[in-house]
Design a protein around this ligand. Structure first.
Ligand code: FRU
Length: 477
């Protein structure tokens, strides 16, 4: 560890220590989600199960609740439920990363954990440079920086970052989020025999094609993997214009499903589908664990989306991760389910089978940190679930539209996100203090959002507009 490295880490620990009480006294602090000890958390990085242990790193700015020269914070877990905060993995101490150890990924090779990340550099005039870097660990806790392993290829701006690495047929591949010099979003791809020397192969996919048309000026955080017979490319494109119910957030996150031809390094793919329909979901990253499951974490926020108005910044912290989700393909669609390990969080159970509500009738319950399941749903006309008097889930069986409305933390007005939904059969909802994750029809659609009810508010109210029948289960977590 260099002197600069030690100083930066020390300053970050001190910042966390000094603000511990203020941060932890926030009534909006979550109970079971991954958060920063102080400052700002953004993308999940380096998600891997390594020698049995789950590692999740995160983009971390310890010194303020805004963005800047990011560190890699580090959590580990045996079970995806209980997480331990580990020593900082990477601090932006070297010339090639002095303005941030930006997002990246982890792989196991030769028994060592390899972290690939972007070294972000800005000169005095704010001109950006970008380097794809490597750090290696033998114990999963201490990381030795190996420096720059891939330079910026011609034809791209310095918005070239977030390497995601995987192995295929004995060779290594890396996708990188990219922007061409004429401002088109791309996913670039490299290959390597030894993880040290990388050869640029081209773009696997990108905007401004005949198929996609104008589809963003920058594609951040790519992830490419094989799942249930398909090659899936997840990206977070910037610059999509709202289109009806679609692309309502400042930036999007979604996937293309298709086939990657490793010879030509091109992905033949279908349309882009947003992964989440809520307000707060970005930069997801997946890994395959030792059980062979494809798991996903995402940042529960979106860059540049009223971050300066966020209610938690007065407590000197901001943002968190989603719960981990398991991915599968079903009928050409990516399905997301909360990992089953989360069941270990359940404490008290309330089960009310066979609820029938007539127009205007309500079923009242309550919870602070809760899991809610409505199953065998039959809805005529409309169903609403009001949560803590601040967020409302609504399904209209006539319009076939599902809506999440919350009270905006920026201006106090109601705001909504929606998606089309043919049929509603089940709802699985996690409420953790100031976050909500709604899994519809066993993960066919998901809505993720932060919300900020009055602290202490517990009400959960299900009401019917026409007629509704369902079985209800609720657990305090
Ligand atoms: C996405 C992102 C990445 C970048 C990181 C910096 O939220 O902008 O592209 O690597 O955050 O923190």
């Amino acid at each position: 560890m260099t002197k600069r490295d030690a100083e930066l880490k020390e300053a970050a620990y001190l910042e966390a220590e000094m603000n511990k009480e203020l941060v932890e006294s926030d009534p909006y602090r979550l109970k079971h989600h991954i958060m920063p000890p102080v400052g700002l958390l953004n993308d999940p990085n380096g998600f891997i199960q390594w020698k049995g242990v789950y590692h999740l790193f995160y983009q971390w700015m310890p010194f303020k609740t805004g963005h800047g020269a990011k560190f890699w914070g580090h959590y580990t877990s045996q079970d995806l439920v209980n997480w331990k905060h580990e020593p900082i993995a990477l601090a932006p101490s070297e010339w090639y990363e002095k303005n941030g150890c930006y997002s990246g990924s982890a792989v196991d090779a030769f028994g060592k954990m390899h972290l690939f990340y972007t070294g972000n550099v800005k000169d005095e005039n704010g001109e950006r440079e970008t380097y794809q870097c490597l750090a290696v660990s033998e114990d999963g806790l201490h990381f030795e920086k190996k420096g720059v392993v891939a330079e910026l290829p011609e034809g791209y701006t310095a918005h070239f970052r977030d390497p995601k690495v995987w192995e295929h047929d004995g060779k290594w591949y890396m996708v990188v989020g990219a922007q061409t010099t004429d401002l088109k979003g791309r996913t670039a791809i490299f290959s390597s025999e030894d993880l040290m020397k990388w050869t640029y192969l081209g773009d696997v996919a990108g905007s401004h094609t005949e198929q996609l048309g104008e589809f963003g000026y920058m594609w951040e955080c790519p992830d490419l993997f094989h799942l249930d017979g398909k090659d899936i490319l997840i990206v977070s494109p910037q610059g999509l214009k709202p289109q009806g119910m679609l692309y309502q957030n400042v930036y999007q996150s979604g996937y293309f499903s298709g086939k990657l031809d490793y010879e030509s390094a091109k992905l033949t793919h279908g349309d882009f589908t947003e992964l989440d329909r809520g307000f707060d979901f970005y930069a997801p990253q997946t890994t395959e664990d030792e059980k062979g499951r494809r798991l996903l974490f995402a940042w529960m926020s979106v860059p540049d989306q009223a971050e300066d108005k966020h209610p938690t910044i007065k407590h000197k912290w901001i943002h968190n991760m989603t719960f981990p989700r398991k991915l599968s393909m079903h009928g050409g669609k990516l399905i997301q389910k909360p990992v089953e390990e989360l069941e270990a969080l359940r404490k008290t159970e309330e089960a009310v089978p066979g609820i029938r509500l007539q127009a205007g009738e309500q079923h009242q319950t309550a919870g602070t940190v809760s899991e809610l399941k409505l199953e065998n749903l039959a809805v005529r006309s409309g169903l609403s679930i009001s949560i803590k008097n601040n967020a409302v889930l609504h399904y209209s069986s006539e319009e076939k539209v599902f809506t999440l409305t919350r009270t905006s933390y920026a201006d106090g007005k109601p705001e909504s996100r929606q998606c089309m939904l043919e049929h509603l059969s089940s709802l699985h909802v996690f409420v953790d203090t100031s976050s909500i994750e709604v899994f519809i029809n066993d993960g066919e659609e998901v809505f993720t959002a932060r919300f900020f009810p009055e602290p202490g508010e517990k009400s959960i109210m299900v009401s019917a507009e026409g007629e509704a029948a369902f079985d209800l289960k609720k657990w305090e977590l």
